[in-house]
Design a protein around this ligand. Sequence first.
Ligand SMILES: [Zn+2]
Ligand SMILES: [Zn+2]
Length: 636
Amino acid sequence: MATKTEKRPVEKNVFSYESPKQRKNSLRQQKPGRKLAAGTMRAAGDTPLKPQKPQKPNFGKQQKAPSRTPGAASRPAQNRSRAKKNLPPVKLTFLGGLNEIGKNMTLFEYGNAAFLIDCGMSFPDEDMLGVDIVLPDFSYVEKIKDRIQGVIITHGHEDHIGALPYLLSQMKFPVYATRLTAALIESKLREKNIHANIQVVNPGSVLSFGDVTVELVPVNHSIPDAVALGIKTPYGYVVHTGDFKIDCTPASGPMIDLARFGQFGKEGVLALLADSTNAERPGFTPSERVVGDSFANLFKKVGNKRIIVATFSSNLNRIQQIIDAASQDGRKVAVSGRSMINFVNIANELGYLHVPAGILVDIEAVDRYPKDKMTIITTGSQGEPMSALSRMAFSDHRQVEVGPEDYIIISATPIPGNEKAVGKVIDELLKRGCEVVYEKMYDVHVSGHACQEELKIMQGLTRPRYFIPVHGEQKHLQKHARLARSMGMPAENVLMTEIGKVVELTPDKMQVAASVPAGRVLVDGLGIGDVGSIVLRDRKHLAEDGIIVVVATIDPENGLVVSGPDVVSRGFVYVRESEELLERAREIARRVLEECCHKHTLDWTTMKTRVRDELSHMIFQKTKRSPMILPIIMDV
Ligand SMILES: [Zn+2]
Ligand SMILES: [Zn+2]
């Protein structure tokens, strides 16, 4: 809870609404480096941020003096904090992204400033039968929505933008994002017919929200235009890395602005929140160029076969490298899969993909080109059953029929849980005579997330007083916390927390101060949040054991079973082979209902319970199965 409840501050943060069409134009016109709305945003290089105070040793100092009493603030920090005694704490409320990879969403509050960082979705676990996607719980955001000044998005991946259409259909906030990210968000919103105020901000610019400013610092990741956030508070910076890696030779865009992180460290970083995805992996994540070189070599070796590369549609840096390799090899490129086509179109239109003229051809036209002159980029690297690659593998793709003349590269690592599905697709492709290569065989994939040494560099540059690992499952968060401690961070300055927790920070103290509702909201078709644990339990029961429905009509006046009981089953046994069993079930149901009628126990609930109990007892004895039993009793 904020200590002040001021009105939504500063008109200057609220920009005029633009229609999607206008926005599209302005997206095109916006040149990198152009400054936006003077007074609200500026390029960080133009006007250096005013230092808080003379730059004395700062919050990072504990790393230089590990012998100090753990947790005690250094003298200058103490003096500073005394002067700031009356200032409110910085508050971070985690609404997603901890103990999970997905649905990243964090609320930042300080004084009169309040904004959300990212608004992602996640994919359902295997036990969430029939669920399409999973959203963060917005109920706390709804509660304080009048104070929230906007949503800042770090990059255009689903786990960071996927829940925005759902948030913005319920509440209106301006969204701040870099150009490519903004275009991807816009395309999502357009699909759902949602209008929103999307502000395009350049990497390097600074936004102001009441008492704090937020600088967008360019980082490397698997998609261009990814940024970290340097949030400047009177206590120093809160640095949120977003998803990042350190790539000294990125496939596109600039290298991560390490110097800026170092400057934050010098000026004083109150807290670092950093990407933990690869915290278990030692060393450095190789540069995306490594994959580029692999592609170049493979393409040379392939000879006269057609090349099909599967990757994530959102991995635009990878797509760029495939296009480069194809172009060097004199091949055309066709794109298959709805999301892949969407990403390529948006990125190409905005100039984030460098596509040589005439190289892209429509997937409908693939057969017009000789196989050795063709490359297809496709979705399906995770073995998703409806994806283009799966359809090719199972001869269900409208335009592409694969065979011995195809060389297939799976340029991604299966996300845990997807290994089987990927294996199945690979098997099927091999059966059709295709040659298939994947990560383990050649360097056809590198991660977009920092490994241990890069994470340490981030710690070393920012020298935070407090560290909160984010964007990871428990094992990743723990490993990341351990890394920070191994660099001399006092254990009490490292916090592993969970969603729903409100963490308060001042230079003197970091504490979990409160809890708010947080969790997962399941989306199934048009229903949002109407599938809960009871519905899921039933779905699981039905999926595992099937159902038996018993239908009977009763005359309550005369205490007679007038029709039925009929017994129908689905997903339990094959009826023709189990007539005897179902006949037995019918007899039991009839006996139970007649007994109830004779005894005048004509209470519907009791009757249903007895039918259910006796049938399930008999069925379990005979089959050792427990189908769902659904008695339907009607009166005449
Ligand atoms: Zn990402
Ligand atoms: Zn992410």
